[in-house]
Design a protein around this ligand. Structure first.
Ligand code: ZN
Ligand code: ZN
Length: 217
């Protein structure tokens, strides 16, 4: 039961192909787990196509009414698409979009200790944003930090909680500059997340701050 979803800005950016690779990865991974966001994405894809068609007339002039985006958005709101159930393979820790980034050796040495039992594995993406798998042992916490840009965290296994809410499998937390948090993994099961950032985090503790350049976090 997914309760925390992608926002319109991310879905639109993904549909328009304007997100950094790391953000594309996390959006695609959430969509592979979430019928609701997949349906919303399909309507953005349709809108994008419609806008392109109306944007250029026969004479090649741009003829899009100023309020056409507003009209299209109003149309979407009036007629929300039915979530479409698709046949999915057996649940797997790493959904298909993530698998080629993780490779076969997620357990075989790319994990690095971050401190407090937390480990990370940085995934190979373009450098305009970074993607990592985070492994937070049950009951442990990611050090208290703020954000200079946007941080998206998608739960793949287990759950974590912070001051905002509880995030379980499939949930995505969207953290921006106004949020400071200390994500704590729920007792009972280790938590594995995919996290992406487009700017370094702002750690409040001295030790994480010193380690930061080595962790590329
Ligand atoms: Zn969703
Ligand atoms: Zn954060």
């Amino acid at each position: 039961m997914i309760r925390h979803h992608l926002n319109d800005a991310l879905l639109m950016g993904y549909s328009a192909g304007q997100l950094p690779e790391a953000f594309n990865l996390i959006v695609a991974t959430h969509i592979s787990m979430c019928d609701e966001c997949r349906a919303r994405l399909e309507s953005f894809d349709a809108v994008g196509g419609a806008l392109l068609e109306t944007a250029v007339t026969d004479t090649g002039e741009v003829a899009m009414a100023e309020d056409s985006l507003a009209q299209v958005m109003a149309r979407i709101r009036q007629a929300p698409p039915e979530p479409r159930k698709v046949q999915r393979p057996e649940p797997c820790l790493f959904p298909a979009p993530l698998r080629k980034y993780v490779g076969g050796d997620a357990e075989a040495g790319r994990w690095r200790a971050v401190g407090g039992g937390v480990r990370q594995a940085i995934l190979p993406t373009a450098r305009d944003a970074s993607a990592r798998l985070l492994y937070i042992p049950a009951g442990m916490a990611v050090p208290d930090h703020g954000h200079r840009g946007t941080e998206l965290t998608l739960v793949l296994q287990g759950a974590f909680s912070d001051a905002v809410d509880r995030f379980g499998p499939g949930d995505i937390e969207i953290a921006t500059e106004d949020l400071e948090h200390t994500p704590v993994a729920e007792p009972g099961m280790d938590c594995i997340c995919l996290a992406v950032t487009d700017a370094p985090l702002r750690f409040n503790g001295m030790v994480p701050r010193l380690l930061q350049p080595f962790l590329k976090i």
